[in-house]
Design a protein around this ligand. Structure first.
Ligand SMILES: [Zn+2]
Length: 135
C-alpha cells in the first residue's frame, strides 16, 4: 500500500479521501444522465449537469490493465520494489487505479482492500476470471 505523501485534497476530492479513510470507495453518479463518475468533479463530464450524488462502490471489479514498476514512483516506495499497479474497472462503471497483488492478470476478478492512502486489489476468489478486455 502506498505511503506516498498526499497533496492536500479539497472539495469533492476531500470527500472521496474521507471515504477512503473510512474504508470505502466513494464515487459520484449523475442524477441527469446516470453516468458513474471517477475522479470526483463538480459537474458531470458526460452532460455537464451539476446534479451529482455520492455512492459507494462494493470494491469488486476486473483488472483492465497493469504495470509492474522496477523503479519506484516515489522514494518512499523503493523498499516495495518491484510492485504492480493496475487500472481496475469496478462493477459500478468507474475505472480506478490501485496497487495489485502478485500473480493477477488482465481480466481477473478482484476485490479492493481500502486504506486512507489508497486501494490495493486482491484476487476475488470464486469469481470467474475474464472480462471484456481479457486476452
Ligand atoms: Zn450527466
Amino acid at each position: 500500500m502506498s505511503r506516498v505523501p498526499m497533496a492536500s485534497p479539497r472539495g469533492e476530492e476531500e470527500r472521496a479521501r474521507r471515504a477512503l479513510a473510512a474504508g470505502a470507495i466513494a464515487f459520484q453518479v449523475c442524477e441527469e444522465c446516470g453516468a458513474a463518475i471517477w475522479y470526483p468533479r463538480t459537474v458531470c463530464p458526460a452532460c455537464m449537469s451539476g446534479a451529482l450524488r455520492w455512492a459507494r462502490s462494493a470494491g469488486r471489479g476486473a483488472v483492465h490493465s497493469l504495470t509492474t514498476l522496477h523503479r519506484a514512483g516515489h522514494p518512499d516506495r523503493e523498499a516495495e520494489l518491484p510492485y504492480t499497479v493496475a487500472l481496475v474497472d469496478l462493477d459500478e462503471g468507474i475505472r480506478i487505479i490501485g496497487d495489485l497483488a502478485d500473480g493477477l492478470r488482465i481480466g481477473d476478478r478482484v476485490g479492493a482492500e481500502v486504506a486512507a492512502d489508497g486501494v490495493r486489489f486482491v484476487s476475488a476468489d470464486g469469481e470467474p476470471a475474464g472480462g471484456a478486455d481479457a486476452r
